[in-house]
Design a protein around this ligand. Structure first.
Ligand code: MUC
Ligand code: MG
Length: 372
């Protein structure tokens, strides 16, 4: 149990997407996974991952900055430190490094994976243990074409992989977006759940004047309609009570969560382990939402299998996961770096049963996709 961290390695793994993923902030043709691998003095391994959306299109960290910052600043801080207290390591890192939430999440995931592997328990056990073995997973329709989105959704329904759909909007005019949403709702019927993510693409006026039409078109939830800093605007939109409002980019950790919850700026919080600054910060954010009666949704930074599993372990500990999750990241990629792909079935992701994250990397694939 007195094992220390003796090795920290990073690499960037580039994997193409199955189709262009069009959002108001970026169109993604591939995803870059920053893998962090640590080894302890007892020869136990841990792995973590960070992703961004479109390089620097979504936020202030890029895959390249994450790798450089981990190699230069994070690794020296944790080398030689005991693995047995992820919180002590978090404190040490937070004292020395400001911001860099995505890098912090990757490091903390690797530490928690290694520690859970040492203990021989699933990673969820570090957060109180899973209360569910299957996690509902939504799919994002973002091909940029209405008929392609409809065909894609129909395939998902037929194969029983997803019955909840998030539509990316904010690139076209709101009127065109509403036509797009209404066509999809009409084609898929009343039983599927349709949500939209604007990724900050609208002004508050645009959002307000289209809320009712969006509700009439069959939208059930709106994610981050306005700029992340316009939290008073989010509050005003929430207070209208036309549609539930979900905060995403406005939530950069527990402190933001506290302000948004206290001012009731959202009905739902999208919890993302990377955006929050790691698993424990995300856990704190969840507690704030629960205390304020803000509903919960498990978000993603379009993460690969490693970070998706880390998030899945944390989300498996949430009793009331009212809006489910969107942990579909690995399915957007043409290939996987796991020896055994994740189990998506019956509209859910099944949590693996082994210790730690419960995964084995396919080393040949990691090598093949690693950026040279
Ligand atoms: C976001 O803003 O929520 C999650 C799903 C998706 O398609 O994009 C991400 C980012
Ligand atoms: Mg979002």
């Amino acid at each position: 149990m007195d094992q220390k961290i003796i090795e920290v390695n990073t690499c960037i793994v580039d994997i193409p997407t199955i189709r262009p993923h069009k959002m108001s902030v970026a169109t993604m043709q591939h995803q870059s996974l920053v893998l962090v691998r640590i080894r302890t003095s007892g020869d136990t391994e841990g792995v973590g991952e960070a992703t961004t959306i479109g390089g620097l299109n979504y936020g202030p960290e890029s895959p390249e900055s994450i790798k450089t910052n981990i190699d230069t600043y994070f690794a020296p801080l944790i080398l030689g430190q005991p693995i047995a207290s992820p919180l002590a390591l978090r404190g040490r890192i937070n004292k020395a490094i400001k911001g860099n939430h995505f890098a912090k999440s990757a490091i903390e995931t690797a530490v928690c994976d290694a520690y859970a592997n040492v203990l021989g328990v699933p990673l969820a056990a570090l957060f109180g243990g899973a209360v569910r073995s299957h996690i509902p997973v939504a799919w994002t329709l973002a091909s940029g074409d209405t008929q392609t989105d409809i065909r894609e959704a129909e395939q998902m329904l037929e194969s029983r992989r997803h019955n909840v759909f998030k539509l990316k909007v904010g690139l076209r005019s709101p009127k065109d977006d509403i036509r797009h949403i209404a066509s999809i709702r009409q084609a898929l019927g009343a039983d599927v759940s349709i949500r939209i993510d604007v990724n900050q693409g609208w002004s508050e006026t645009q959002a307000r004047s289209n809320l009712q039409a969006l509700a009439d078109a069959g939208v059930e939830l709106i994610e981050q309609p306005v700029h992340e800093k316009n939290i008073d605007g989010l509050q005003r939109l929430t207070a209208l009570g036309v549609l539930p409002i979900m905060a995403d980019e406005s939530l950069k950790g527990p402190e933001d969560g506290f302000v948004l919850a206290a001012k009731r700026c959202a009905d739902v919080f999208a919890i993302k382990i990377e955006q929050a600054g790691g698993l424990y910060a995300a856990k704190d954010l969840i507690a704030i939402a629960q205390a304020a009666d803000v509903a919960l949704y498990g978000g993603t930074m379009l993460e690969g299998s490693v970070s998706t599993l880390a998030a899945a372990h944390l989300f498996s500990t949430i009793e009331d996961l009212e809006w489910g999750t969107e942990l579909f990241g690995p399915l957007l990629l043409k290939d996987d770096i796991l020896a055994e792909p994740l189990d998506y079935n019956d509209f859910c992701l099944k949590l693996p049963e082994g210790p730690g994250l419960g995964l084995t990397l396919d080393e040949d694939k990691v090598r093949f996709y690693t950026r040279k």
